[in-house]
Design a protein around this ligand. Structure first.
Ligand SMILES: Cc1cc2nc3c(=O)[nH]c(=O)nc-3n(C[C@H](O)[C@H](O)[C@H](O)COP(=O)(O)OP(=O)(O)OC[C@H]3O[C@@H](n4cnc5c(N)ncnc54)[C@H](O)[C@@H]3O)c2cc1C
Length: 298
């Protein structure tokens, strides 16, 4: 594996926004991953999936950014489970489950990203996340140690999993529950139809910007809408008319444009409803003050 310097991340992330990574590399298998980790010597490491949930700062990020490629992109299916490398796509995994007529996978229809990103984000719907289907996950920590965890050993909740930030997920095994293929196909079709007609798939975005606040507080999109931010723009970024929890890049949006919209939305929702919105997206390359201004923990 060869490190590249000052690699533009805008081309690697779904929002098409952001500056360069000081070091960038693609690892093709576990040997290359271990080599790359040992070469870090304690320096910061970030793992990039499809960048479908990332806002990268305009100034870029001073860290080694790794993509799991090649031998990490595999999916196997048998009678009792689905297995996948962390570099495989969530859409491919969901497609396998659907074709097998397996129940309980439609919550992930039309969610872009990799298995690794999906595990880190516990991607899914309001009430179901990828970890709900996990049997076992394999990871390597930045110190090179291997780990294997089962679902029961892990605290996973809405868009969160309580595992060390320096773990690189490498593979996972998921449940496969046989169902009625026709009903399964129909459920997947309906879920996809609903998502692509109500959310933003024709412009670069990162999906939902804000987490839904707790029960009784409404959905994040309802709050954004209620404070008049639907359709608001800053530079090339706009709060989508179609779905107020999405911010679309309409052309040459910068991370600063997105941050401005987020700050204003959060301020208004706090003032009018007393609710402190928390971002669902992840941030790379921002300082503490910038993160705090949009309610993101470091
Ligand atoms: C149109 C659209 C619709 C969306 N709908 C949904 C939805 O319905 N539900 C939902 O939950 N999300 C949704 N999202 C957000 C996104 O699809 C998910 O968060 C997805 O899991 C991101 O995966 P990724 O591979 O792109 O991760 P990235 O954005 O690349 O990374 C996200 C985080 O995961 C970490 N990561 C990536 N790979 C690994 C790895 N191998 N090991 C350890 N950490 C890793 C990264 O470091 C980062 O912290 C949507 C996004 C878009 C653009």
């Amino acid at each position: 594996m060869r490190w590249e310097s000052e690699m533009s991340l805008a081309e690697q992330v779904r929002w098409r926004i952001g500056g360069p990574a000081s070091r960038f590399g693609r690892v093709g298998d576990l040997v290359e991953l271990r080599d790359a980790l040992s070469g870090l010597e304690g320096g910061p490491l970030l793992v990039l999936g499809w960048g479908a949930n990332l806002l990268v700062a305009d100034r870029g990020v001073r860290a080694a950014v790794l993509v799991l490629d090649g031998a990490f992109d595999w999916i196997r299916i048998n009678d009792s489970c689905l297995e996948a490398g962390a570099g495989a796509g969530l859409p491919a995994l969901v497609g396998e489950a659907r074709r097998a007529g397996a129940e309980g996978w439609c919550f992930l229809e039309a969610v872009p990203g990799t298995i690794g990103g999906g595990l880190r984000m516990n991607a899914g719907s309001a009430d179901t996340g990828l970890w709900d289907r996990v049997i076992e996950v394999e990871a390597i920590a930045a110190d090179g140690n291997s780990h294997r965890v089962t679902r029961k050993e892990v605290d996973a909740s809405y868009r969160h999993v309580d595992l060390p930030a320096d773990w690189v997920f490498t593979a996972a095994r998921f449940e496969l529950t046989p169902g009625d293929p026709e009903a399964v196909g129909a459920a997947h079709f309906e879920r996809r139809r609903r998502k692509v007609t109500t959310q933003v798939y024709d412009l670069p975005s990162c999906g939902s910007v804000w987490k839904n606040p707790g029960p009784g507080s409404g959905s994040a999109w309802e709050l954004v809408d209620a404070v008049g931010m639907r359709g608001a723009s800053s530079g090339g970024a706009r709060v989508a008319e179609r779905h107020a929890n999405f911010i679309a890049n309409e052309g040459n949006a910068r991370a600063d444009d997105v941050m401005r919209l987020m700050r204003e939305t959060r301020r208004r929702v706090l003032d009018q409803f007393g609710i402190a919105l928390e971002p669902e997206i992840r941030f790379w390359g921002f300082d503490q003050e910038e993160l705090a201004s949009v309610g993101a923990a470091a």
